[in-house]
Structure formats: structure tokens, C-alpha cells
Design a binder for this molecule. Sequence first.
Ligand code: DGT
Ligand code: CA
Ligand code: CA
Ligand code: ZN
Length: 598
Amino acid sequence: MKNQQVAKIFNELAQLLELQGESIFRIRAYRRAAQNIDGFSKDVAACSEEELMQIPGIGKDLAGKIREYCETGRIAKHQELIKTMPSGVLEMSRIPGVGPKTAKMLYDKANIKSIDELEALARSGRLAGLRGIQKKTEENILKGIEQLNRGTGRHLISRVVPLAEDIMRRLKEKAPIGRIAVAGSIRRWKETIGDADILTTSADPERVMELFVQMPHVIRILAKGPTKSSVITDNGIQVDLRVVEEGSFGAALQYFTGSKEHNIRLREMAVKAGLKINEYGVFRLPGDGQIGGENEEDVYRALHLPYIPPELREDTGEIDAALAGALPQLIELDEIKGDLHVHTKWSDGRHDLETIATAARKKGYEYIAITDHTRGLGVAHGLDEARFQEQAALIDGLNRTLVGFRLLKGAEVDIRADGNLDVSDEFLAGLDIVIASIHSGFKQSREQITKRILSAIRHPAVNMIAHPTGRLIGERDAYDLDLDAVFAEAAKYGVAMEVNAYPERLDLNDGNLRRAKEFGVQFMVNTDTHITSHFDFMGYGVSTARRGWVEKKDVLNALPYEKFMERLRTCRERKASIAEATSLPQTAPRTQRRKIKT
Ligand code: DGT
Ligand code: CA
Ligand code: CA
Ligand code: ZN
């Protein structure tokens, strides 16, 4: 996809125009176009000019520029502007609190052409006083540079993984690379990432370093050495790259994958066993003879441990489990057989049923559930029962033509503030699968919200609670909820809890999942797809599940179609039998349904 590169150039154009003091409208037009191109699901290089003009904010002029870039690899206007301004000035304008006006002033009046020059002057205290620059400005500039050098805090993993992959792909294309892998929190699949760590082996480390710091995403080089460099990319993410020896790659990968706490425990064990383990290898003391380090397994083997998957390496019991031979058999991405939370253009999704079905089949799934919103969710164009019936007829039609693949009729029902669902029980009973979730009233008390979810769990037709805690990473905390009460009830009724794979959600999270497992809760890992590319989020959901020690046997959508459908029916039958048992007099005979397997 060329989208990201085009967006980057448009953003740069906006900045350059800003430096030139151009009209705010033209600047905004480029920014808006950049944003929409970046978020556009189709590759702009594969679009005609007419198609490009369908993207909001793209007129004939910008469509022409996109075509120009796709055909020639450059945009003349951009080249022309870049010539008038040293690239360092553009860099300076990205220092938080500096901005284009100050950057231009620093260049025009003091001939400062790069962040390094600026930093050196400011540190020596010689910037203040220069052509009317205040002491205060000097201090702010230094603060801004420090902030830029730190990166901009933690980032959603979905923003970092594609960047790391892109960097690795570029390196492999242009340098003699042996082995290469991500390490650190990316490899452990934490939901947010501080900085990206990449490890590689190479016959030409210097060339690797040179290529790395010159990549187009790089806006700032923090350090460049013969085997280690750090940069900041244009989305504010720090990336560390290290080149290590072939014979040390495994040991380095283990060391830099962390977590720090996990590694400290391993090193303590090593010392007790008369070994030394560091990023260079495994050594026997005394004498320091190397006995391993080429592969990561060497480290664990030396300690008589089975291999511990990176997602578990947080020193939260994984080492004891490994010692006891009790590590979980973690769920794998390719074991997922279906996705039970998918939206279409019938509510707030982008595509029709056929497009969604085709994309899901390409993922190799046996089944997916169409779960558009119910009418209560006006903002998401929720459907009423008549519209659901219309959709059901189309699904039936499609299912007749599909071989080895099934579309389930479902709905994502809104749990109202009073705990009732916003569609009738009779209607819901007719659906293959019902998922329920909260979309409003987040500020209610712990008791109220817990009660709402408990009543949804007990509802005769509900099979799953979607994004059970409602958190949006970095935006909105989970609502106040008695999760233990929810897990106990879900386990009792056989209602699944979702692992929502949408990167802003990852809900339930790793800690919640481990707790839920203790209650015997079953899970479904779903993407909450609104655009076909969202199907790719499944990996984030599965990795979150793995961080929560979730195994294949805990995941309902790891079941093949027939078995999965059986479990949905079992859930409803169990609810019916519990309801019946509680409504009958104590002496009543047990019903047939009691025999149902759990
Ligand atoms: P992040 O970047 O904050 O998301 O988290 P990590 O885990 O990627 O942390 P980072 O980038 O500082 O370091 C990468 C790995 O290197 C870390 O997981 C373990 C290892 N490491 C770093 N510093 C130390 C240390 O002082 N002691 C030990 N044992 N390991 C360390
Ligand atoms: Ca890191
Ligand atoms: Ca790092
Ligand atoms: Zn949804």
C-alpha cells in the first residue's frame, strides 16, 4: 500500500507550506487529505483518478498529485518546497512547543539548520540573547527537544507492529540480513508499547545501521553506533535496532524480549546452577565456556525448563508453572475457526453481506456471525426486527450457495440502562447467536452496571457478552464492574465472555482473562469488524488471550462448525432448564433437559 507514503508527503507539504506562511486553508486541506488517505482501506496506487476523488477531501488537484506520486515516486511541488528549506528546519518545527514559526525564525535570523545545532546552542546558554530570543524560549526549546527524544509516551500495539514489520522488510530488501526478529514488549504482545526493539544478525552491521537511520519514517536519530542505533519515527515512536553475533542471537533475543522481571528470575536460577546467562550466551562457571546462545531454547534448556512463550514472560507464575510442567497449551491464531462479531452496512459497517463473507472465507474461517446493532443504538443505525428479517432472508440465500462456510444470523444487542435488551425475546430466540453489550450509561454505579450485565447473561437467548468492560485504551477507562460476579454467572449459564480483538479495546484484557479462567468461563475471540481489513485484528485478540493464559479448550470459536453450534444450543438449553427449575415447585420431578452435557 502506498497510502502511508502519500499521507506522509502530504503532511510534509502541509508543514512546508506552514513554514512558508501559506494560507491556513491550503495547509488544512493537505492535512485532512493525508488523514483520509491514511485511513482509506484500498491502496491508492490501484485507484483511478475518479476513485481517488471519492475520498473525502480529495479534489482534482490532490488526486493528480497522488497519481503523480504513484507513477513517479515523487511530487514536484514537494521537491520544489524542500529545496527552499533545509530538511533540518522541518525537523525543528516538529519539536513540541517550537512549531513552524519559531523554526523559520531560528533559520532566518540565526541560520540554525538542525535540531543538533539548536540543542548545542541552547545547552551552552548562547541561544538566549541571540536576535531577541528570550531565556524562557531557550528553556522551552530544551524541554521540547527532551520530549521529542523520549518519544511520545506509550503506543497501541497495532500502531507499532506494522511499523516494525515495515522496517524489517526494508532492511531485508537492502542489506545482508541473517536472522531478524522483534523483541521487547512487541514480542510479548503487550497492549501498549514504549519503544520497538528489533534484533538482527548481519555480515555488514555498518550498512544495516546506515540504512536504518536513513529510513523515510525517521525524523530523529537518537544514537547511531556500529551495532546499535535508536531513532524516532514520524509517528513519535522510538525504535531500537541491534546487530548481534549469530552465536548470540538466541541469547540476545531472550534477553531483549524480557520482561526484565522474568529475566531477573532466570538469572537467579542460573547463578544457583553455576551458570551465567546474559545477552551473549549461556556460560558455565568457572571458566566461562559458552554452552549455548544461538537459539532462544538454549537458555531455557540450560535451566532444565521447557520453552516459555514470550506472552507469558511477565514473572506472574510462568516460571513456577514451567518448573512444575504445568504451562498452558496456549491458543494459536490458526486454531480460530470463526469470528462471531461482525458488522455490515446494514448498521455501522462498510460492506454488504457478500463482501464480508468473501473476506472471511479468505481468512480460512468455517463460519462467522453477522451481528449488526439493534435499533436502540441510533448512532450506529441499529436495525429493527423487520430489517433483521430482511437481512435473515438474504443470509439464508447466501448460505444456500456457500459450501464449507456458514453465515450465522446474529445481533449485537444493546443492554439498556435498566438492564433490559432493546429487542423482543421472541425475536432473539430465532437468531443463531446473540451477543449483548453496553454502549451507554458508563457512569452508572458499580451495582447498576453489574446488575445490567448479570441480567443480560441470564437472558434466555444471549450467548456472549461483547467487550465486557467497555474500556478504550488511552481514551476511556473500564466502567466500574464486579467482574467476579459476572464471571461466576457466565460460567454457570455457559455464556461466553468476549476477547474483543479491536486494538483500542482488547477487552477482556490479559489480567481479566486469567481471573475469568479461574471461574471456568469460556471465551470467544472476535474482531468486531466494521471494514474487511479489521479481520486482520484477530492476531491481537489471540495474543491477548495468550497473555491471559487462555488455551484452545477455553475458546469456543476454536471449535469446528457443528460443535460450535452445539455449544450455542447447550447454553440456551441450560438457561431454560435453570429457569424451569427455579419456577417449578421444589418437589417437581427433574426435567429431561437436566441431562444436558456441560
Ligand atoms: P516497553 O518498551 O516499555 O514497552 O517495554 P520493553 O519490555 O520492551 O522494555 P525495554 O525496551 O526497555 O527493554 C527491552 C527488554 O530488554 C526488556 O524487556 C528486558 C531487557 N532489559 C532492559 N533493561 C534491562 C535491565 O536493566 N535488566 C534486565 N535484566 N533486562 C533488561
Ligand atoms: Ca521496548
Ligand atoms: Ca528498547
Ligand atoms: Zn460491535
